[in-house]
Design a protein around this ligand. Structure first.
Ligand SMILES: Nc1nc2c(c(=O)[nH]1)N[C@H]1C(S)=C(S)[C@@H](COP(=O)(O)O)O[C@H]1N2
Ligand SMILES: [Mo]
Length: 153
């Protein structure tokens, strides 16, 4: 059972880890992002977030790719789940500096509030809509999916 505000980072990685928001604040350089996104029900939302880059935090777990090979890295996915069951998927290539280079964060602070109790929030400044800004993150799975087999269609 994980403590308040912590999340599990696991999957096809050498070093799975459970991290608190305090760990995120201590362990990596903090970045700041002022974002606007559209919510289907609430319209334009404005927020300021602070936190480490998602790719730096995930890299610390040593995902099971050869870091020197772009094609190998491009096979990996991340699945991010909130405590309420909201779940979204992104690809490693979206955040990899040689591909999409999106400056996604794992927030330690939103607007004027620390997220230690609520839990970290995924910040996706390159998204136009808010659906992937998963709050109260509980799990991030990192891994690959099997390529479609011949004759599967
Ligand atoms: N855990 C969780 N995070 C979530 C959602 C959700 O239902 N559960 N909804 C998303 C959607 S659709 C939007 S638009 C934003 C809204 O964030 P805000 O209300 O803080 O502006 O949160 C996102 N993060
Ligand atoms: Mo939304």
């Amino acid at each position: 059972m994980s403590s308040t505000g912590s999340f599990d980072l696991y999957g096809e990685v050498a070093r799975p880890v459970t991290l608190t928001v305090a760990d995120l604040r201590r362990g990596w350089e903090q970045h700041r992002a002022e974002v606007v996104f559209d919510c289907a029900t609430d319209g334009a939302r404005h927020h300021t977030f602070e936190g480490p880059l998602l790719r730096e935090v995930v890299s610390g777990t040593r995902p099971g790719f050869d870091p020197a090979r772009r094609k190998d890295r491009s096979r990996f996915l991340l699945a991010v789940s909130g405590g309420d069951g909201h779940h979204t998927v992104l690809s490693w290539a979206e955040i990899d500096a040689d591909f999409g280079d999106a400056p996604m964060l794992l927030a330690t602070r939103m607007d004027d509030a620390d997220l230690d109790e609520a839990g970290t929030q995924l910040v996706v400044p390159s998204d136009r809509c808010g659906a992937r800004y998963v709050s109260a993150v509980k799990r991030i799975w990192v891994g690959t999916c099997r390529p479609p087999a011949d004759g599967a269609v």
